[in-house]
Design a protein around this ligand. Structure first.
Ligand SMILES: Nc1ncnc2c1ncn2[C@@H]1O[C@H](COP(=O)(O)OP(=O)(O)O)[C@@H](O)[C@H]1O
Ligand SMILES: [Mg+2]
Length: 307
């Protein structure tokens, strides 16, 4: 991957397209009624707070990794991708290509996507006992409210991956772990929809987990988002897929049960924040060495998985 130090913390298209949302990482523009432009910036968030400084080229790596997985899973699930890479410019007002000021903001970090009716859940699948699930298990012996076998250890692999949805919080609020029953309520009692989501999410996760192992990476857990085709009612895989932002990646080589794992993902930054009692704090400047190490982790994850 070529390196240059151009960071995009926030895009500005001067109203050429209407900005409809700035998420924690993505700036989203409306192209037309059916289509959105999804631009992954270099912003990084941890514990739901955006850090002051960006990780160079993170948005490019995230976009390319999602593209890889969309393709990898294309026989298993439809997805929202319409165009990626330079092809996006064929669908956009010419000035966004013609004027370098805009092209440089969008190039390599944007996807053109089908605007979908979203299912209002974070569809999380866990293969290993870690993070908030480990914390809950230690206290109550449960994971997302479901009683688990006794004696499980930190980072232990479950017999089968488990579906552990959480709420999709509005901007500025925190997602909450919920039980499957609570998820059914959020979907207005649609038990079939939840069953379909659970089956599909576990299938997708399992396939990618097996593949990743051959590349030396354990995907400990991941968060998917789905939309629904309003006419055919088919599930559509949306958002980003199996990136270090939406998943926990661990090194297979260094994996050891009974402790927390060093990882390819943001855990690095999270650990720095926790050690400095900054988890959840606003207005955090990440030191240069943590930026560089985090960047290297993103790049390593991308390269290990896609080469
Ligand atoms: N195909 C789609 N149609 C509409 N919204 C989408 C689609 N794919 C993803 N989204 C939404 O776009 C946003 C992505 O931006 P991001 O910066 O990741 O936001 P967040 O802070 O919510 O994670 C998310 O709110 C996600 O639900
Ligand atoms: Mg997101």
């Amino acid at each position: 991957m070529t390196t240059n130090n151009s960071c995009i913390t926030q895009t500005n298209l001067d109203g050429v397209l209407p900005l409809i949302n700035r998420g924690k990482v993505r700036d989203i523009y409306q192209v037309n009624n059916e289509t959105l432009l999804f631009v992954a910036t270099d912003r990084i968030s941890a514990y739901d707070v955006i850090m002051n400084n960006p990780i160079p080229e993170k948005g490019i790596l995230l976009t390319k990794l999602s593209e890889f997985w969309f393709h990898f899973l294309s026989a298993d699930v439809k997805n929202h991708l319409i165009a990626i890479g330079d092809e996006i410019f064929n669908h956009l007002p010419f000035v966004l290509y013609d004027d370098l000021k805009y092209r440089n903001q969008l190039k390599n970090r944007s996807m053109l996507i089908k605007k979908c009716k979203l299912i209002p859940l974070e569809v999380i699948v866990r293969g290993f006992l870690t993070g908030s699930a480990w914390n809950e298990y230690k206290k109550f012996g449960t994971v997302h409210g479901t009683t688990m076998p006794q004696g499980l250890k930190e980072s232990q692999e479950f017999d089968k991956p488990i579906f552990t949805p959480s709420t999709k919080a509005e901007q500025g609020k925190h997602d909450e772990n919920i039980t499957k029953e609570e998820a059914i309520q959020i979907l207005n009692g649609d038990v079939k929809l939840i069953d379909d989501l659970e089956k599909l999410a576990i299938k997708l996760y399992s396939k990618c987990k097996e593949y990743s192992k051959t590349k030396g990476i354990i995907i400990a857990d991941t968060k998917f988002e789905f939309g629904i085709d309003e006419i055919t009612k088919e599930l559509i895989l949306v958002d980003e897929v199996l990136t270090p932002d939406s998943s926990r990646f661990w090194s297979l080589e260094n994996y050891q049960v009974g402790k927390s794992q060093d990882s390819f993902d943001k855990q690095f930054l999270r650990d720095w924040l926790t050690t400095n009692k900054l988890n959840g704090a606003e207005d955090v400047d990440i030191p240069e060495d943590i930026i560089e190490k985090t960047r290297a982790k993103y790049e390593e994850a991308y390269e290990s998985l896609t080469y």
